[in-house]
Design a protein around this ligand. Sequence first.
Ligand code: GAL
Length: 954
Amino acid sequence: MNPPSAVDYVEDLSPGGETLPPRARYTSSDAMSLSLNGSWCFRLSPTADAQDDSFAAPGHDAGDWARVSVPGHWVLQGHGAPIYTNHRYPFPVDPPRVPTENPTGDHLRTFDLPPGWPADGGAVLRFDGVESCARVWLNGTDVGEFKGSRLPHELAVGHLLKPTGNVLAVRVHQWSAGSYLEDQDQWWLPGIFRDVTLLHRPADGVLDFFVHASYDHATGAGTLRVDSDVDGRVTVPALGIDAATGESATVPVEPWTAETPRLYDGVLATAGERVTLRIGFRTVALEDGLIRVNGRAVLFKGVNRHEWHPERGRALDPETMRADVLLMKRHNVNAVRTSHYPPHPAFLDLCDELGLWVIDECDLETHGFVAQGWRGNPADDDRWTPALLDRAARMVERDKNHPCVVVWSLGNEAGTGRGLTAMAKWIRDRDPSRPIHYEGDHDCRDTDVYSRMYTAHDEVERIGRGLDGGPRRRRELPFLLCEYGHAMGNGPGGMADYQDLFTAHDRLQGGFVWEWIDHGVQDQRYGFAYGGDFGEELHDGNFVCDGLLFPDRTPSPGLAEYKKVVEPVRIDGHGTDGTVRVTNAHDFADLSALAFVWSFQVDGETVGAGSLAVPALAPDESAVVKLPERPVGGTGGAETGWTVRALLAADTAWAPKGHEVAWTQIPVAARAPITMTAGERPVHGDDLITLGPAAFDARTGALRSVGGVAVTGLRLDVWRAPTDNDDGAAWQTDPRLGPLWRKLGLHRMRHRLEAVERDDDALTVRTRVAPAAAESALRTVYRWTSDGTRLRLTVSVAPEGDWTLPLPRLGVRLGLAGTADRVRWFGGGPGEGYPDTKSASRVARWESTVDELQTPYVRPQENGARADVRWAEIGGLRVDGEPEFWFTARRWTSEQLDAAGHLTDLSAGDTVWVNLDHGQHGIGSQSCGPGVLPRYQLRAVPSEFTFHLTETDG
Ligand code: GAL
């Protein structure tokens, strides 16, 4: 037998030795601490054992080493490269063994103790997150090794400290046995990516403690009991509480909820230390098949949040964490699932303070075992159970005192098995006050909530109605969609339809959109890089960019849509009867924090506005409120309507006064039909036919100009650059449209000219539009008429043959001079909208530029359509549509957009391409979920639509 190697611990499937027992995270009022974040010396080796441990000895000369920032990932700091895989392990599946090529980063720094550091007591070195396995030396002494990347690990180091010149050495291996438990869908990013801190531990100081702060909604009383390893006293001045640890105190309190995050400051004092407490009183219970907080069922309007920063990866700074919480609150999000690991602890402090329900998820995923039918899955192998239990304990002990954490989650996509059952049992024993979640357990043997991901609407409805059968235990549990609405690229679609189901069926307690942010990596060449851009041999492309925020945290249209869909106030109007019904859809807060305002629009212009008195309705209450007298205006065929908005009445901790929380539009009068007397005759010149302001190519009938505005390439268009949802995921069993559209040839339609006909008052161009190799076609007739000033185009489309596929779009495309820039329109805005993503599209007058109309999806694809457009002006042309149309303008063609892999592949040409669409196919969520619901599909049926084109002054 070989002697044990110095790096055996890397492949040891036990959780690691020598670390201190896990405990609560807290802030000491008087114990000193020293941050060891900053610039460290760094040396990268290709294997775990390439270097001996002499670097850890004091006096080692690291003068020629590189430097990295801690917290950070070395692969994002110029050493090696990140790897993105969804669930495939980027190494052979041979647990617990890892490849010989195991990038290993030696980190080294020195530090002095700050003045006043006490000589007595102990000291603890805390690592909040290291991927994936670390060995630590202080002043040349090996103090321990650990695994569990997104979990805290503490080492006792007091006996080794010197006042000055301490040498801290940390060896980090990219791969370890722990990697088998960390197969989450994200970048593999080794490094010391969370804080490193030295904590003084006073003699008789606080060790671990558990704050139990419950709320009795029947009496309004809160009961506080703090169980502490070290006896002491607990004081909460605002409540007059002064109790011994272990003793209960019951007093009237304001409860904590995500909507009303009331925290009380307290102190836990032992003989040697005072620790600050932030106490939120609330009781989570599973009652009558529902998750109730303080007696009320909660509707989760959630997101899945991975930690991400485009330059720093999972090393998040406090400002970024706060930005996430503020963005969530401002977009009506009320819940976070910390997919798929406990977040940086500061994030939970923010959720306590600003109010978000949290499902805290353990750092566990073994999804790669799916490739072998879950054979060898560590989650069902007793040898791994200690590691799983260690992970559960590190999460629960660290986070147990957060009121925001209302549910524990065992992890994600780790199959089922004994290890998971053991985790659930341990958590239940340790903390019976919170339900347990885990999606992989469809029979709910270990869990307290039935959870699924990407379930289609019809099945969700069956579950809501209790018609899904299943084991008895499951039938009695509430339902959560722990992932839905896959926000990859353009989309997700169908969110309003889900919300309608959640509202209609009590058992459906909401869902969590997948996911919060695109994990694009800031990159010079690509803008934002995704899987494959670093030359990975295995990767899953842009599946890592599936968030509601772009990588730089700009909200995508998907977030605007979600904000509208989950708004906590419903305002319904009944057109002409002069009233609105306002319903409070909060679970806890009344409406006293909101101010309501009305405005009245005539042809999209506001002609009157004022405030609207709405009573401070309690949750679920509604009231009918009278609107004021209708302002004058809006006669003579004008389109009129009300807009009613709910705004914050005062500044809050998460948004300023005036921030819009909810809104609705109530149409009153529809616009009158456009009248035009088609008196003009087409006149044949040498090469041109003229008709009113327009000139056409005499041979082809192609439009050349409208007045002084040159127009190129106007013709029927059915193609859009497939979205990620059009393309669908490879494993989808339903037909995937992107590939089918291509197979049929919708991206290479040929336009056969059949006739150019002139009669008394019209120019008619007849064509047959079809792809090579297919017999189905779209017979398309363009009929042009004019009254001398305006030009009218009526397009008639008659499908021929067997059209089983929906069309991507149906309309005309035309080219304008590249100088076209400003765009004005009356219709849906300000952002894009598609048939199943236009809840947030508000009908008004909007103005933009061609560049601003583009939505910068990390992988370019169809984007930027404005919905329900009545008219639009661009490049000297005004287009009025009958009926309303979808408007898109871009500086490249759909074909160029389709061919681009990154935004940097797109460059402006000398033409602005405008699409005026009669129809768009919906978006759906098939990149990892259901496709487009039937009512949003664009079927090839006989269609007719009209545009009026006029030259404008501008
Ligand atoms: C789920 C998984 C997530 C992510 C998502 C697709 O199956 O839990 O981690 O991979 O699919 O983006």
